[in-house]
Design a binder for this molecule. Structure first.
Ligand code: SF4
Length: 335
């Protein structure tokens, strides 16, 4: 439903510039994130998924910028065009950490080593929620407890280096969730953690989504995670969205050769040990010297002359979108 959309990205183009060369890191990407739902963006490193997250948060590095497109946040106070806001202006700082929060692969990106965990959560609450110090301290302890951190009254006074990797990740989620964000962007949040902690962190995120109706944008390279936690998914390759739709539908009926290849390269739970795993052949092209036409053509088994031209987006059915000239063959082969 239209009014369930909290964040809309439309025809986004973000480019990087080095030595007079241009990398079109995101080259016309569109998607919507809905209240209480998780959208996963999946792809290999360099596909543009993290740049998408940084564009939304206005955390792009120097020598890169949003060239075209719209990023719209639908907040309680009305629509905000994020792409029009100043990177470090008052309005952007108010959104960042307040209505839109982000968790990173490395918690130390968000946590400051010289302040206690409690101080950092309190600061967020005092800035965005207008709490006094005492209220903020009480809430920080509650949040750590909610995240399953034992002895929160004591641990709130400890520094990040006194926490284990998994606990730091929880503390960062506590900080991100402290202001009840409407949108939580999670960029590979569990890649550095072991599988048990990984499962606990995802469980936690899903609980928060259900309790607070938070919209989650999950950036990952892991199809297993996509399958487990997301309602909708989008597959990115070389700065383009090549397939998107409801997770169940896309995983059941992949129509893009890249989605199919990603799925064939991972073991499927419950299918036993003798699965034929196929690594994806070749590697991604040099982003500064992109091929003409379909960006996947040098790795694709379905390639034809037509693929010298960039394929348009086509609707498979409902919200299932694909960008491939030969998607019908790919779909047929999967049946
Ligand atoms: S457009 Fe052509 S090269 Fe690209 S994915 Fe489809 S079949 Fe392969």
């Amino acid at each position: 439903m239209e009014n369930d959309v909290v964040l809309r990205v439309k025809d986004l183009k973000t480019f990087f510039y080095t030595n007079e060369r241009c990398n079109k890191a995101i080259n016309g990407v569109s998607f919507e994130v809905k209240k209480g739902k998780t959208l996963s963006i999946v792809g290999e490193s360099g596909c543009g998924k993290s740049v998408t997250a940084s564009s939304i948060m206005q955390l792009l590095p120097d020598l890169s910028r949003i060239e075209e497109g719209e990023i719209t946040y639908f907040g309680e106070q009305g629509e905000v065009r994020i792409d029009k806001l100043k990177k470090n202006g008052k309005d952007m700082r108010k959104l960042r950490g307040g209505d839109i929060a982000m968790i990173f692969q490395d918690p130390m990106t968000a946590l400051n080593p010289v302040y206690t965990i409690g101080f950092q959560i309190r600061e967020n609450l005092q800035n965005h929620m207008k709490m006094n110090k005492k209220q903020a301290h009480k809430r920080a302890v509650e949040l750590l407890s909610l995240m399953g951190i034992p002895n929160p009254e004591q641990r709130v006074n400890e520094y990040p280096h006194q926490f284990s990797g998994g606990m730091r990740q929880r503390a960062m989620i506590a900080m991100a969730m402290s202001c009840n964000p409407k949108v939580l962007i999670a960029d590979e949040p569990t890649t550095a953690l072991d599988v048990t902690i990984q499962a606990q962190i995802f469980e936690l995120m899903m609980k928060l989504k259900e309790e607070f109706n938070t919209a989650i944008l999950l950036i990952t390279h892991d199809m297993g995670v996509v399958n487990e936690v997301s309602d909708d998914m989008a597959v990115m390759y070389m700065g383009n969205m090549v397939e998107s739709g409801g997770t169940k539908e896309v995983l059941k009926n992949p129509c893009h050769p890249y989605t199919k290849a990603l799925l064939e390269s991972i073991p499927i739970l419950g299918k036993g040990r003798n699965q034929n795993l196929e690594p994806i052949k070749g590697s991604t092209p040099d982003p500064y010297q992109r091929p003409v036409g379909c960006q996947f053509k040098d790795r694709c088994n379905y390639r034809s002359e037509k693929c010298e031209e960039m394929p348009p987006e086509e609707i498979v059915q409902g919200e299932h979108m694909v960008r491939c000239w030969h998607w019908k063959e790919v779909l047929e082969d999967g049946k």
